[in-house]
Design a protein around this ligand. Structure first.
Ligand code: CAA
Length: 294
């Protein structure tokens, strides 16, 4: 039913929609669906203070069609704004985290439209989310799926996870960070090998040994493990968690001296928070802190 209510406009990138009109019936439908927690391509639930998003296009191995990413961004923004949520987990199915951008949807794209509408540009919106995001990757994380995982802050993998950038076999290249974030995660030679051949993939153990993934667990325990870490993060003060995330992300974008300056300013700023007072008082009083996120 949901699909029938959507006009063609919603299948274009959000940025393009915004450029042409600020408001549309389909957006109202989408927002109403988001508010009620019902989406077409993702499932959302909360586990304690963790928002859990499950990519849910099983027949297409969670291929990242435009609508899926619009919904994902919407759900992420919702959790980011929810004071009761401290972290977010994104997962897929046991077979596929995501098998990449939707090839069938984009195969007829023409350069001028992809350029003018900034095709895939809206994917980067998720990097504006302030709360930490953990990717729980089972099965295939290929192309855009690998890039989606790399846009998250922590990656946990199930034992049968497969990471790869096969876009070159489609006559294109990675378009959402595969030539940039992957290099920083696994080094230039391995990234070149993966991107240029399209067929050198990393299994979970290799991904962990290279630093792309921080933990490998049995597939059926993966989501619980990610949520457990999410709960630990959510039990901390949100201002310090968010500044820590922002400071670490600065290290990818600015020279060391500027990154260190950002870090010190964030550190100093946290002395203006109630959580710093509480955290240090709790330490000296030998008790657990109760953070109020203020
Ligand atoms: N887009 C659209 N549909 C996809 C898809 C994708 N990325 N990946 C899988 N599917 C669909 C298949 O077409 C198939 O649909 P039908 O049943 O209707 O034919 C269904 O999902 C199941 O897939 P397979 O039958 O191929 O399953 P498999 O187990 O034999 O193979 C796979 C699994 C190795 C992941 C294979 O599906 C595959 O190679 N997928 C494409 C991976 C890829 O090239 N990803 C990069 C996309 S481009 C990109 O992501 C650009 C970017 O940088 C953002």
């Amino acid at each position: 039913m949901f699909r029938t209510l959507l006009s063609p406009a919603i299948t274009r990138p959000l940025s393009a929609q915004k450029a042409t009109r600020a408001f549309s019936t389909s957006q109202v439908v989408k927002q109403a669906a988001a508010a009620s927690g019902s989406y077409e391509h993702i499932l959302t639930e909360t586990r304690g203070k963790v928002g859990l998003i499950t990519l849910n296009r099983p027949k297409a191995l969670n291929a990242l069609c435009n609508d899926l990413f619009v919904e994902l961004n919407e759900a992420l923004r919702g959790y980011d704004a929810d004071a009761n949520i401290g972290s977010i987990v994104i997962t897929g199915s046991q077979k596929a985290f995501a098998a990449g951008a939707d090839i069938k949807e984009m195969k007829s794209n023409k350069f001028i439209d992809t350029y003018k509408n900034d095709f895939l540009g809206h994917w980067a919106k998720m990097t504006e989310i302030k709360k930490p995001i953990i990717a729980a990757v089972n099965g295939y994380a290929l192309g855009g799926g690998c890039e989606l995982a790399m846009m998250c802050d922590i990656i946990y993998a199930g034992e049968k996870a497969v990471f790869g950038q096969p876009e070159i076999k489609l006559g294109v290249i990675p378009g959402a960070g595969g030539t940039q974030r992957l290099v920083k995660a696994v080094g230039k030679s391995k990234a070149m090998e993966m991107v240029l051949t399209g067929s050198v993939n990393l299994n979970a153990t290799e991904a962990q040994s290279l630093g792309l993934v921080s933990k490998v667990v049995p597939a059926e325990q993966l989501v619980d493990e990610a949520v457990k870490t999410g709960e630990v993060i959510a039990s901390m003060g949100q201002p310090s968690v968010q500044m820590a995330k922002e400071a670490i992300n600065k290290s990818f974008e600015v020279p060391l001296s500027a990154g260190l300056r950002w870090e010190r300013i964030f550190f100093q700023a946290l002395f203006g928070t109630a959580d710093q007072v509480e955290g240090m008082a709790a330490f000296t009083e030998k008790r657990k802190p109760t953070f109020t996120h203020q």
